[in-house]
Design a protein around this ligand. Structure first.
Ligand code: MG
Ligand code: MG
Length: 272
């Protein structure tokens, strides 16, 4: 698998990533107390197919649904079910799309109704850590620089960095090399190069970094059952610098949030 993509391939991955971005934006306006995650899954599957793509997770390694939906103490890989979300929950939604032979893979953790201050801080700090990681994804830096930047930020809040799950290269397959842990040492690991495309995805726990897996063989949850947050973007290295391929703009539009956090990582305006 080529680690470095051509400009044409990067545009195809951008197209797939934008299908996921739009799907997350559509879901953002549906998430409220009382809604089930199975309902969200059905909406997402139809939406992705209506946009000329295939759900990227459905059937991948045998996963049974379109979305990974992981509320509260679930970290990732939760399976949509018929339990309603409740006021005060958070819910991480990870979504993949396959279009023109290339994958997009992108995640956001949503608030459900009114959420406690300490949980809101976990969401804010986790998303900030993603951008600290993205800053390091450029020519001249290495895998360990990304992990170090993420880890340093979240551990200053005494949060735990999940060790067992990592960011990854992205392209014709969902998970390519290199693996990019959300912890690490500066200057260590594989050097980044022009044309690399990755999914960076800090999974950050309010308490211990340790996790367990449910008997369903999929769901990862925190060992202390405290909440966990997950944000994921797709990024290419273009002209030596990080170029965002995915966007939270559709989510922000749906939620009425003003943000310019992505601007410094985007040379191309979004085709809406
Ligand atoms: Mg993902
Ligand atoms: Mg991923």
């Amino acid at each position: 698998m080529a680690l470095q993509k051509t400009a044409e391939e990067i545009e195809l991955i951008r197209e797939s990533a934008l299908v996921v971005s739009k799907t997350l934006g559509m879901l953002a306006s549906e998430i409220k107390p009382g809604i089930t995650t199975l309902y969200l899954d059905g909406l997402a599957e139809s939406f992705i197919r209506d946009h000329g793509a295939e759900p990227g997770f459905l059937g991948l390694y045998g996963f049974p649904k379109t979305l990974c939906v992981s509320p509260n103490e679930q970290v990732v890989h939760g399976i949509p079910n018929d339990e309603p979300l409740e006021n005060g929950d958070i819910v991480s939604i990870d979504c993949g799309a396959l279009k023109n032979g290339y994958y997009g893979d992108h995640a956001y953790t949503f608030k459900v109704g009114e959420v406690d201050h300490d949980v809101r801080q976990l969401l804010k700090v986790t998303k900030e850590s993603l951008y600290f990681g993205i800053e390091q994804f450029c020519v001249g830096k290495r895998v360990g620089d990304v992990g170090h930047a993420i880890q340093k930020h979240v551990e200053s809040y005494d949060y735990g960095v999940v060790r067992e799950l990592v960011g990854h290269g992205l392209g014709k397959t969902m998970h390519e090399k290199p693996e990019i842990p959300n912890y690490g040492r500066r200057g260590r690991g594989k050097a980044f190069a022009e044309g690399m495309v990755v999914a960076l995805e800090p999974m950050i726990n309010m308490g211990t970094h340790k996790v367990n897996q449910l008997k369903d063989g999929w769901t990862i949850l925190t060992a202390d059952r405290k909440p966990s947050a997950h944000f994921e973007h797709n990024i290419a290295i273009v002209d030596g610098k990080p170029e965002l391929l995915s966007t939270f703009d559709y989510v922000y539009q749906a939620l009425g949030i003003q943000s310019d956090e992505e601007n410094r990582f985007r040379t191309k305006s979004l085709n809406k």
